[in-house]
Design a protein. Sequence first.
Length: 210
Amino acid sequence: MHAKGVKVEEQFRAGYVAIGHIAGPHGILGEVRVVALTDHPERFRPGVEVYLGNDEDVRPVVIQSARPHKDVLLVKLREIDDRNAAELLRDHYLLIPEGDAMPLGEHENYVHDLIGLSVQTASGEPLGKLVEVLETKANDVYVVSGPQGELLLPALRSVVQTVDLITGTMIVEVPDGLRDRSSESKRLHTVYFPARARKPRQTGQASSSS
């Protein structure tokens, strides 16, 4: 299922959700390269107050400007005026209060709620724990780690039958041959977005942003 702000905003720390990850500085005037972790571009409107945070500190900042550049946004924060100051923001996150997060839609769950779910088939066969959510161009992929190794499940409605956050379980229908392909696959690149949600896609549908 689509895990919701890799894109519906995801909890970063108590009280906040992340809407962007700062990859590094851009140019000499204080702009930073931001990987958007939300599907709502209005989060980056000039004049909007957001929060800048890492594992140690959170502080308010104001977005002065934002513009698309390749696969990222170039964001200028009012409080940052040069490259040296921008460099210090590498690997920080742009945050909003948790209460301002976009509401979850049907079949959407926050990534942090999916991590750790016990995954099993409709017949009760345990497959393991959901340990990671990967984003691909076609659909999200749930990484399930269990006694038989790692299983990569596409986040499609034909695969994910139910998600029960109260009992901490996910019921799935494993497509024929998927277990063999998962055991043979080599994951060349893993990307984990700490701030979005995912929902299962209809079989054959291209992935779309939230």
